[in-house]
Design a protein around this ligand. Structure first.
Ligand SMILES: [Fe+2]
Ligand SMILES: [Fe+2]
Length: 401
């Protein structure tokens, strides 16, 4: 019976592995990997650390108890801390030894072990960690890329301890997941490199700015789509695509002259008209539309300066000739939802940032402005979604600096 169960579960793991190999975005992937790993043991919580510059950086967290208590979203996701890869912490120890580790009660660690349990997350969040299963994430080339922790396994609502089968199954799953995670990290790095190329030309488009806009966009979308009663599956799929597409909103600036991009002070009308072309150049970069993600990236690049009341650009394009001409601005739902979301995320972030031609605004004046533009520049439902998760928005702003 036991063996058959194990066999079935290994079959499940193979099916899940096949599935996760289709996920592009690293955060969507970590979300799914952690969710699946927790399912094996019905675990209440879990987190993933990834290796960055010889440290373990805290990259992903799920916690059913805390999420249930706080409906505004998972702002813990955007906590920022790193730990050394050494024997002093549980995750560091596992990264160093590359061996899985089961602890039945982290508050009862004896002197015989070199590591201590870091209570800061528990203290900050009022959570009580008891049992932890910590698994190294090792690629097929034996490289450690991170550590996954599964926390507080449950039977009904009772917290129990991990057994050997749990350890074996999660370890096997982690070895499959590590390969997918390594690939998704490469995709994210390639995109950030592309953005850095654009950044060399336009100092406003920094890596931190696009990271923030990508994260704001998926969180606003999530809140908007939940209210619209879209299914969880659909939301997850779209978030996977949206983050990367949102990060690329201004990639069309690659086609704009340095004289305009780097000009200090106000642009002339002619210069501004040339600047507007970045929306069209961006769309053209994705015009092959070979996938849904290209399609959404193209929509965002083209429409992120349109305004809800129709006063934005580039407007309805005349596509009959090779030379585009700007038409009347798109209005309301003529503007694709993803572009309506990125428009708000981009403006919010830009107002907060200090740029060569302006100082950064205070938080109160930024929020005041967004409220006053509800129903004018911005889609009112998108503005409402933004304010309903403002705690998450703040956490994102503090994470990517
Ligand atoms: Fe733009
Ligand atoms: Fe931007």
């Amino acid at each position: 019976m036991e063996i058959k169960l194990l066999g079935e579960k290994v079959g499940d793991i193979l099916a899940i592995t096949e599935d996760i190999n289709h996920i592009r975005d690293i955060d969507s992937l970590l979300d799914r990997v952690l969710l699946e790993a927790r399912k094996f043991t019905n675990a209440d919580a879990g987190s993933i650390y990834l290796v960055k510059n010889n440290y373990l950086s805290f990259d992903y967290v799920q916690n059913d108890t805390l999420m249930k208590a706080d409906q505004s979203g998972n702002h813990f996701l955007y906590s920022k801390f790193k730990i050394k890869i050494d024997e002093n912490s549980i995750a560091g120890y596992v990264a160093k030894t590359k061996l899985p580790l089961v602890i039945n009660d982290v508050y009862k660690l004896g002197n015989e072990v070199p590591y201590v349990f870091n209570q800061s997350f528990d203290k900050q969040s009022n959570y009580r960690t008891i049992a932890i299963l910590t698994i190294p994430l090792i690629t097929s080339r034996d490289k450690i890329i991170g550590v996954m922790q599964i926390i507080n396994p449950k039977k009904k609502s009772e917290i129990i301890t991990f057994n050997n089968t749990d350890k074996q199954l999660v370890t096997y799953f982690a070895s499959q997941a590590a390969v997918a995670i390594e690939r998704a990290i490469m995709t994210r790095d390639t995109i950030l490199r592309m953005i850095r190329m654009a950044e060399m030309r336009d100092p406003k488009e920094t890596g931190a700015h696009v990271n923030r806009v990508g994260a704001y966009a998926i969180e606003i979308y999530n809140s908007w789509a939940v209210k619209k009663k879209h299914t969880i599956d659909e939301i997850k799929k779209k978030k996977d695509i949206l983050r990367i597409a949102a990060m690329l909103h201004d990639v069309g600036k690659i086609g704009i002259s340095d004289l305009i991009l780097r000009k200090n002070g106000k642009l002339t009308e002619g210069e501004f008209n040339e600047m507007k072309m970045h929306t069209i150049y961006g769309m053209e970069l994705f015009s092959e539309k070979s996938s849904e993600s290209d399609e959404i990236a193209g929509e965002i690049a083209l429409n992120h300066h349109e305004k809800w009341d129709g006063t934005g650009y580039p407007g309805i394009l005349n596509t009959n000739s090779d030379i585009y001409s700007f038409g009347r601005g798109k209005k309301g739902e003529e503007i694709p939802i993803y572009a309506r979301i990125v428009a708000l995320a981009d403006v919010y972030d830009a107002l907060f940032s200090k740029r060569s031609y302006k100082d950064s605004w205070s938080e109160a004046s930024v929020l005041e402005y967004i409220k006053s533009e509800r129903n004018k520049q911005f889609d009112p439902e998108v503005v409402d979604a933004f304010f309903s998760i403002y705690k998450v928005i703040t956490a994102i702003r503090e994470k990517y600096i």
